[in-house]
Design a protein around this ligand. Sequence first.
Ligand code: NDP
Length: 444
Amino acid sequence: MKSEQVLADLKRRFPNEPEYHQAVQEVLESIEEVYNQHPEFEKANLIERLCIPDRIFSFRVTWVDDKGNTHTNMGYRIQHCNAIGPYKGGLRLHASVNLSILKFLAFEQTFKNSLTTLPMGGGKGGSDFNPKGKSSAEVMRFCQAFMTELWRHIGPDTDVPAGDIGVGGREVGYFFGMYRKLAHEFTGTFTGKGLTFGGSLIRPEATGYGNVYFLLEMLKTKNIDIKGKKCLVSGSGNVAQYTCEKLIELGAIPVSMSDSSGYIYDPEGITTEKLEYVKELKELYRGRIKEYADTYGCKYVPNARPWGEKGDIALPSATQNEISGEDAEKLVSNGIFAVSEGANMPSTPEAIEMFQKAKILYAPGKAANAGGVSVSGLEMTQNSERLGWSSEQVDEKLKWIMKNIHENCVKYGTEKDGYVNYVKGANIAGFMKVAKAVMAQGIV
Ligand code: NDP
């Protein structure tokens, strides 16, 4: 396999999908050497079979707003690969959603899920519906309309969606309610459900907490204590909030948060009390992060990201490609020594190159944010058992999984000079398991 050739071919067959090409390129480049040690893979054209999704559903979603006007959006579900378990991955509701973004997310999800050690395949879905400024009744009508199409393609052993950008507990509740009605059954077909209907404790916290657990493992390799370290966090949604919560609990100091309108920088540190304010602002009032700066009197910069500010550690937790090469240069020259990704693919290829050249600790989302889907996997297990586990049990398992993912990254990603290339480690570990499973199941 020559990664350049495979990529050129995919670009020709699927043009205008830059995020998908970017995600595939990153994986291909880092697995090429190991892949080529297996001539049987090449003979079975494994690489194309793993880059191209098993199937894609796309459909029209029609819903009515509070004023009686009718709207249409596009709905999608990408079922990427179910060789090691049912398709599994979130639904994203954001105006920017398109096939390229969902294909990149489903591709990444497949190898991330493999890394968790749990039996889950990879998928992703969503819509270009923009939830901003919509009433709860409008969001409910949209979710119900979306589900009238999607329900026939999912199921507890087929495909199990969850949340992502724009999809939190409220939306999962609406999706699940309609699914249950149409399928005429109560099964764990969604994860991230409310606690009263089969949700798991620690699922809302899992991605943020898991990212900090992964960061702790990285810091351990350098004997660095997290206490007192200033952390630049982006985003102010689910992942960012619980990242900050765990950082505060461990004595680190989160100093920034952001949303799509701008960022706040609070050098005094975001405390538990201030974080409670953010949670309420975002989950209840659905307000903008600027209001934090108005309330606590700190710096707010519109239409920008926090990467030019001073800090020790960066935890990007908003969206893809939010750290450019230029941002990475600023981070490195400001003395950042670790970057752990809560978001999916937040660093551009130029930024990754910069981090790795500077030999700082750098964990890609595929490894560092796998805590969310891991606890989703644990939610599926609890639903199958028809039992619920305690927070302590789930948290212990989450810690164990993140430690295990870290060990696998070190095993497959340590270079000759001792530097751990976490991108390579995560890609090889995630890819090889799926590759072996596909090979063992014949040409299907
Ligand atoms: P939320 O919708 O809860 O929060 C997203 C945050 O990112 C918001 O603050 C949002 O601001 C901001 N944001 C979204 N799009 C953009 C953009 N284009 N530019 C700038 N800011 C943006 O989503 P999550 O916290 O769940 O997800 C954040 C990231 O983490 C995503 O990359 C997601 O794929 C990834 N992830 C999430 C998991 C989960 O369990 N939830 C699991 C693994 C990964 P605004 O409200 O203004 O749009």
